[in-house]
Design a protein around this ligand. Structure first.
Ligand SMILES: [Zn+2]
Length: 245
């Protein structure tokens, strides 16, 4: 029976290692996904910056074409001036030209403002694009490292699962079934060490009679409180064994 209990403890250690590996395997893709989402957010941000730049360019073009229209009107008006004989009419056309020129100067200011805004938008866009490239390069490396970690964890998992299978074969089927049931119900801990007459699973005291029996290590015993399989370890022997290993 002592061999069976020792093996159960080893199986439990193996199961805990397997759970940890499983956690690593599952966390890998999650970590990659988070970084990908971060990149997507920056890309969306860049896309909206690009739209703003296009919008700004469009406004600039509109002003430019309005300026050209005005220049054309001014040219025509100036040509008309040469044919006008009437002084009053001449003054009127001259005034009109001045007015158009004034409006045009305002539009040219707007064009300058547009160009300035465009310049700063383009600079900001370029900066973001550069940092995105850096983030992407870092992500590629991280993703590779994570994938390598996951593959390693998967290999370790298969290897240890195989070992666990062989270990389980040495355990009586009924005891193993009991272990599995306790593991599910006991938050992963099915076999609990009893030290100083206290169950390490639930931290409750074991009755003295049972504690004495437990130390004989001749049969499977259960904690009267949490029902976990309990065992007792002869510290001196355990330490000797540890040293010789
Ligand atoms: Zn207990």
């Amino acid at each position: 029976m002592i061999k069976q209990i020792e093996m159960l403890v080893k199986i439990q250690e193996k199961d805990q290692a397997l759970d940890q590996l499983k956690g690593q395997i599952l966390a890998g893709p999650e970590r990659i996904k988070e970084s990908q989402e971060e990149i997507e957010r920056v890309e969306q941000d860049l896309e909206s910056d690009k739209n703003r730049i296009q919008e700004c360019r469009k406004v600039q073009r509109e002003y430019e074409s309005a300026v050209e229209d005005c220049a054309e009107r001014i040219r025509k008006s100036k040509a008309r001036l040469l044919t006008i004989k009437n002084n009053k009419e001449y003054q009127a056309v001259l005034k009109e030209i001045e007015g158009t020129e004034g409006a045009n100067a305002e539009k040219e200011d707007e064009i300058l403002a547009c160009m300035e805004e465009l310049e700063s938008l383009k600079q900001a866009f370029q900066d973001k694009q550069n940092s995105l490239l850096a983030v992407k390069a870092r992500f590629e490396q991280e993703a590779k490292a994570i994938q390598a970690e996951v593959r390693q964890a998967q290999d370790a998992f298969s290897e240890q699962e195989k070992q666990r299978g062989n270990m389980a074969k040495t355990i009586d089927a009924k005891i193993l079934a009991r272990y599995e049931l306790l593991k599910t119900g006991g938050g992963g801990l099915a076999v609990a060490l009893v030290e100083n007459a206290t169950c390490s699973g639930c931290h409750m005291s074991i009755p003295p009679q049972m504690y004495n029996e437990l130390q004989r290590r001749d049969s499977l015993r259960f904690c009267p409180n949490c029902e976990r399989i309990i065992y007792w370890k002869n510290r001196d022997v355990a330490e000797e064994k540890h040293v010789s290993e």
